[in-house]
Design a protein around this ligand. Structure first.
Ligand code: ZN
Length: 137
């Protein structure tokens, strides 16, 4: 179904060596972290959320909002940064979200987000790495 090509391609052994076990389980095996466990839930500084696997910038901090789901949530990704595909696991159809550069699984997108997009990108914090904006003061 998907013929996406990812510019960053590594073997599963290489990913397993580079990522923490928790990152590997989410990014490469479509795992889901326990809600409320990510320190990024409370991250409110300006900056950029990057893919924890390949470093691609995925979300700007000003698109993050408090969804009270227990996972970091955003209403829009940076342009071209993520891909989606239909996911029919767990007896329901959801839309899976992954990094467009390395294919790493990030989370899911739901149609119950705030304006302007109406979308909720529900991300696993362990799949993200936060880079604070440079303090120009
Ligand atoms: Zn990536």
């Amino acid at each position: 179904m998907s013929d996406e090509k990812f510019s960053v391609q590594k073997s599963e052994q290489e990913w397993a060596a580079e990522l923490t076990p928790q990152q590997y389980r989410v990014l490469r095996q479509h795992g889901t972290e326990r809600p409320g466990t990510s320190p990024l839930n409370d991250e409110k500084r300006p900056g950029t959320f990057r893919c924890a696997a390949c470093g691609q910038p995925l979300f700007a901090a000003d698109t993050k909002y408090e969804s009270c789901s227990g996972w970091p949530s955003f209403f829009a990704p940076l342009e071209g940064s993520v891909g989606t595909r239909s996911d029919s696991s767990l007896f329901m159809t959801r839309t899976e979200v992954h990094c467009s550069r390395c294919g790493g699984h990030l989370g899911h997108v739901f149609p119950d987000g705030p304006r302007p997009t109406g979308l909720r990108f529900c991300m696993n914090g362990v799949a993200l790495a936060f880079a604070p904006a440079e303090d120009k003061g």
